[in-house]
Design a protein around this ligand. Structure first.
Ligand SMILES: CC(C)(COP(=O)(O)OP(=O)(O)OC[C@H]1O[C@@H](n2cnc3c(N)ncnc32)[C@H](O)[C@@H]1OP(=O)(O)O)[C@@H](O)C(=O)NCCC(=O)NCCS
Length: 153
């Protein structure tokens, strides 16, 4: 598996289909098309992507998506962002996930991220920006709060 810069990949393979769309985090809308990111590539194609935003010496993971779970794709992409953030002299890598995303809550903690804050009812504000955010998860958990995780560098 190769972890590659998304802009470089798009330049080399114009047909590459990369995740796109809008993600709302902390009351702010992000267009993934405008963010830097990395893709996990194999002969089978793109196995996952991560998009990030560096501001004020902090690196936010805005989106992380694995298309083939439990093979190390998510771990490799997060590690690449952390390495990049260190090189860019960031003081922390942070992200928010929502309260029903138990897999992500487990995933990030097992990879050294700490729970920094719970932004109660933050998803209400996110829904105003992105009305397609569902109210309930597939397993019946109300989607309401954003949980902020961070790794200090
Ligand atoms: C959360 C998410 C990114 C994890 O991606 P992933 O590719 O499954 O992540 P990994 O494969 O690196 O790790 C998942 C598990 O697989 C295991 N694993 C990793 N490599 C493995 C391998 N070669 N063989 C077997 N198991 C492996 C890991 O041990 C890990 O389990 P652990 O958490 O108990 O340590 C993925 O579930 C996802 O895309 N979810 C939907 C979007 C989302 O929630 N994004 C995060 C919110 S921002």
């Amino acid at each position: 598996m190769l972890i590659t810069d998304i802009d470089e990949m798009k330049a080399m393979h114009e047909s590459a289909v990369v995740d796109s769309g809008f993600v709302a985090t902390c009351g702010r809308m992000h267009d993934l098309n405008t963010l830097p990111g990395f893709a996990a590539l194999t002969d089978e194609g793109i196995l996952g992507t991560v998009f990030y935003l560096i501001e004020n010496h902090e690196c936010e993971i805005v989106s992380l998506e694995s298309r083939k779970e439990n093979l190390g794709v998510g771990s490799a992409l997060v590690q690449r962002v952390v390495d990049h953030a260190r090189t860019a002299s960031c003081r922390r890598v942070w992200l928010v996930t929502t309260n029903e995303n138990l897999r992500a809550i487990r995933f990030y903690q097992r990879r050294g991220f700490e729970m920094k804050a719970i932004h109660r009812n933050a998803v209400e504000a996110a829904r105003k920006l992105k009305p397609s955010i569902p109210f309930t998860s597939e397993d019946g958990i109300p989607i309401k709060h954003e949980i902020e995780f961070e790794m200090l560098l």
